[in-house]
Design a protein around this ligand. Structure first.
Ligand code: PGA
Length: 259
């Protein structure tokens, strides 16, 4: 049984005081939640405050990116060791905004993922096609390439620390969510790709999140799909009330987690 996880990606939002205010509002709302793991990815500057605020709660803190080298002359970058030292348990890797605007490639995703795992972080590795690729009928092919090159060379024990996030680029920040059916179809495809590389049993145990305009209104339908094991939430994770209501999505009898 795969344990669901709801992760918030704040992108370039929130100062330290805003981070503290967010946790002050969120924590009382989710105190009794036991059905899923929870993670929040603030910007680097707010990680220390977030770790402090989340201490003793069920919320784990994630970075939004990481460099693969241990240290060195890499102005502007942050290493795995620095993140672990700050109290991070997760990092996002290969977000489509990094791929689109900051030259992230499948090769750097591979390097970052291996460094993250070796250094003790859990990695949320993002894949997903653009609208042009989807319209050209290339969605599955693009995602296969991203999965194979980005996380295709790991060991089975590494994989227990990997979470895949399927985020169709056309659904991110656009208000245009993939329908649960379209998302579920790609999640099943990703699981087949993982099974081709690592075998069915390993692929079955891996968590695959959906991301792209997830909101309180659509989370339950998404989570009712067998291969959707959670969500990576951008815009709707900035508001504590809306993030709390996503975390507390309705769990139907036919859903992936039962009661
Ligand atoms: P969104 O972002 O929920 O604002 O669409 C998701 C993401 O980019 O992780």
């Amino acid at each position: 049984m795969r344990r669901p996880i709801i992760a918030g990606n704040w992108k370039m939002f929130k100062t330290v005081p805003e981070t503290r205010a967010f946790f002050d509002a969120l924590i009382p709302e989710i105190q009794n939640v036991e059905h899923c793991d929870i993670a929040v990815a603030p910007p680097f500057t707010a990680i220390a405050a977030a770790v402090e605020e989340a201490d003793g709660t069920r919320v784990a803190i994630s970075a939004q990116d990481v460099h693969w080298k241990a240290e060195g002359a890499f102005t502007g970058e942050v290493s795995v060791k620095m993140l672990v030292d700050s109290g991070c348990e997760y990092t996002i890797i290969g977000h489509s905004e990094r791929r689109q605007f900051f030259s992230e490639t499948d090769e750097t995703v591979d390097l970052k993922t291996r460094a993250a795992i070796a250094g003790g972080l859990n990695a949320i590795v993002c894949v997903g096609e653009t609208l042009t690729e989807r319209d050209a009928g290339q969605a599955a092919e693009v995602v296969r390439r991203q999965v194979t090159r980005g996380i295709g060379q790991l060991t089975s024990s590494d994989l227990s620390r990997i979470i895949v996030a399927y985020e169709p680029v056309w659904a991110i920040g656009t208000g245009r969510t993939a329908t649960p059916e379209v998302a579920a179809e790609m999640h099943a495809e990703i699981r087949r790709i993982l099974a081709d590389i690592y075998g069915a049993a390993t692929a079955d145990g891996m968590r695959i999140l959906y991301g792209g305009s997830v909101k309180p209104e659509n989370i339950s339908a998404l989570m009712s799909k067998e291969d959707i094991d959670g969500a990576l939430v951008g815009g709707a994770s900035l508001d504590p009330a809306s993030f709390a209501s996503i975390i507390k999505y309705e769990r139907g009898a036919g859903g992936p987690i039962g009661g």
